[in-house]
Design a protein around this ligand. Sequence first.
Ligand SMILES: Cc1cc2nc3c(=O)[nH]c(=O)nc-3n(C[C@H](O)[C@H](O)[C@H](O)COP(=O)(O)OP(=O)(O)OC[C@H]3O[C@@H](n4cnc5c(N)ncnc54)[C@H](O)[C@@H]3O)c2cc1C
Length: 189
Amino acid sequence: MQVRNLATIGGNLCNAIPSADSAPALMACNAQVEISDGKKNRNLPLEQFLLGVRKTALNPGELLSAIFMPPPVKNFASAYYKFSRRKAMDLALLGVAVSMTVENNIFSDVRIALGTAAPTAIRVREAEDFMRNKPLSDEIIIEAAKLAASVSNPRSSYRASGKYRKQLIQSLIPRVFATARERHERKVG
Ligand SMILES: Cc1cc2nc3c(=O)[nH]c(=O)nc-3n(C[C@H](O)[C@H](O)[C@H](O)COP(=O)(O)OP(=O)(O)OC[C@H]3O[C@@H](n4cnc5c(N)ncnc54)[C@H](O)[C@@H]3O)c2cc1C
């Protein structure tokens, strides 16, 4: 119980494992990290902080001292879904985070981030670019999910094959957008 409940978001990012849940969720919200050596600070987009499995942009003597997220703009909604075999104490087979800003039913901004689909959490810019300025509709989201799966190259591990993870990318993206859409409609409704 203590292990499950006593952790920090900073530790989860600095640990830099591909399945870290906070990484895609924060990436979809355009998070930046602040790095401090005690004398001066530097800021990096989270994407540039996570360099590989257990590798970050921290130099010796540096700490991650803050995490910044832009304040959510009007009509913004986000969601994260962790797919794992069990409900507790299990790492994600795939993590999907999305965020969207929707004006007059058009995606004015959209981000999709995946965990456990590469050595670090990643954005799927091809799918984001496809969706931007298009209508918020099931068809567009399904096309974007197909595109995201086709450009992703998740590895096979003893926990799941790359092929299975690709299928998860395609199936889960629409599900996570459905949650974000509900949240968006609750705000504007
Ligand atoms: C049983 C178990 C289940 C788990 N399940 C999940 C899960 O479902 N999802 C998930 O995402 N993770 C999971 N993890 C991983 C674990 O939750 C993360 O590693 C944890 O969030 C780390 O947080 P922490 O604050 O304890 O970091 P620590 O373990 O204290 O630190 C991790 C590393 O980062 C360094 N570090 C920590 N904070 C900073 C900082 N501010 N600046 C610089 N370096 C720093 C430490 O020196 C260390 O090297 C699991 C781990 C265990 C043991």
